[in-house]
Design a protein around this ligand. Structure first.
Ligand SMILES: Nc1ncnc2c1ncn2[C@@H]1O[C@H](COP(=O)(O)OP(=O)(O)OP(=O)(O)O)[C@@H](O)[C@H]1O
Ligand SMILES: [Mg+2]
Length: 368
């Protein structure tokens, strides 16, 4: 999978810009606040219909503009595709694949995928469960359209349930609708657990190898799935998962209504990341945290390759220069095979080391 060409019009700080990329390595360098991350954001947006930085599409439109457009020419599975995203102030954005309107983000993910690694990803190891859930959701939404559909249905049902629990003291009749939303959360929740389990099993396999090699054969990384406590085996049939989710929900019904909180369901899932048997969140050093986050991202890339047969586009935003030389070499040896974009602030060792094409970004202008 590769992005051959990208056109940006009124997108963030880009007026109008067309760039042709190298099929292997693209180094994007420039001072702070010039547009390096904006460029990567555009590439990610066209792969999944969502920005990795914001949920509000209006933020993507240039400050003094009313419209913006991104157009990418992509090669994947030996075919060429044209993906377009149109943004208009006060209106919903429009997506197109080969000039045909795309109704869902999944239509874009079916064309190509991206894996983005940025400094914030160190939080994957250190922060609370919601960061790790977002990591899983992001990857699975790109990989499995059925997962993306189940996740949005689950979220809608959960929002309704939260509203009912919150407002039911003033309007007790609202409670009549609760069983319906509980049933939906059980139905779609089981689908989420099914896919998350499969994803984490493979993530664990690949990440363990990357971490082992990157740590010079000294540390063992393990990743385990933590879900609703009544689930005995997340690999079980959907009907079994649904029954066990229902039991958990029934057991927590009184507490949910008393606390007016949505306590039961996979919206509380987490990944337990351990290094040599100890929880990384609590015990890992800076270096171990970096290595583990890197291992997770490279594992994500392998999973995409396995599912789609081609490497996704890898985007490394400002991370390589933060790694020590040994880890830099490790990454550089691992990323051969697919298209890569790397941003950095100086045209230094990295640009010489990597080869490929070098782009200089200055005030929203890209020069080769
Ligand atoms: N909607 C927008 N319209 C115009 N400019 C914007 C918009 N959103 C962000 N910007 C500006 O784009 C500039 C470049 O942002 P970007 O995040 O790409 O910088 P960067 O080159 O990655 O810098 P750094 O090295 O600091 O990460 C910033 O100055 C930001 O204020
Ligand atoms: Mg940046």
């Amino acid at each position: 999978m590769q992005v051959d060409r990208l056109e940006l019009e009124g997108f963030r700080n880009y007026e109008r810009q067309t760039v042709a990329f190298d099929s292997k390595c693209n180094v994007i360098w420039g001072e702070n606040a010039q547009g390096k991350t904006n460029l990567l954001e555009a590439i990610v947006y066209l792969s999944c219909g969502r920005s990795p930085r914001t949920r509000a599409d209006r933020e993507l439109i240039g400050f003094s503009k009313d419209e913006a457009r991104l157009t990418g020419r992509i090669t994947a599975r030996g075919r060429e595709f044209r993906i377009q995203a149109d943004f208009m102030r006060g209106r919903r954005r429009k997506l197109w694949v080969n000039q045909v309107p795309a109704k869902t983000n999944a239509a874009l993910s079916e064309v190509y995928n991206t894996v983005l690694f940025r400094p914030e990803d160190l939080f994957l190891i250190r922060e609370g469960a919601s960061v790790r859930r977002r990591f899983m959701d992001n990857a699975l939404c790109q990989l499995r359209p059925r997962y993306a559909a189940a996740l949005s249905a689950y979220n809608r049902a959960q929002e309704q349930k939260i509203r009912i629990l919150r407002d039911s003291q003033e309007h007790s009749s609202l409670m009549d609708a609760l069983p319906e939303f509980n049933a939906q959360m059980v139905f779609y929740g089981a689908v989420l657990i099914h896919y998350r389990h499969q994803f984490i099993r493979r993530l664990n396999e690949y990440a363990a190898v990357h971490h082992w090699e990157c740590s010079g054969g000294r540390e063992r990384l393990t990743i385990q799935y933590r879900t609703v406590s009544s689930i005995r085996n997340p690999a079980a049939e959907l009907s079994v998962l649904r029954e066990e989710l229902r039991q958990h929900m029934d057991a927590h019904q009184t507490a949910e209504q008393a606390g007016r909180l949505c306590l039961s369901g996979p919206h509380k899932d987490d990944l337990l990341v351990e290094i040599d048997g100890r929880e990384a969140k609590t015990y890992s050093s800076q270096g171990q945290t970096r290595t583990a986050a890197l291992a997770l991202k490279l594992a994500e890339r392998e999973i995409y390759k396995n599912v789609s047969g081609e490497y996704p586009v890898l985007l490394l935003d400002d991370v390589l220069s933060e790694l020590d030389p040994r880890r830099q070499d490790f990454v550089l040896n691992r990323i051969a095979g697919g298209q890569v974009f790397i941003t950095c602030c100086e045209e230094d060792r990295l640009t010489n080391l990597l080869g490929g094409q070098v782009f200089h970004v200055k005030h929203g202008n890209i020069v080769c």
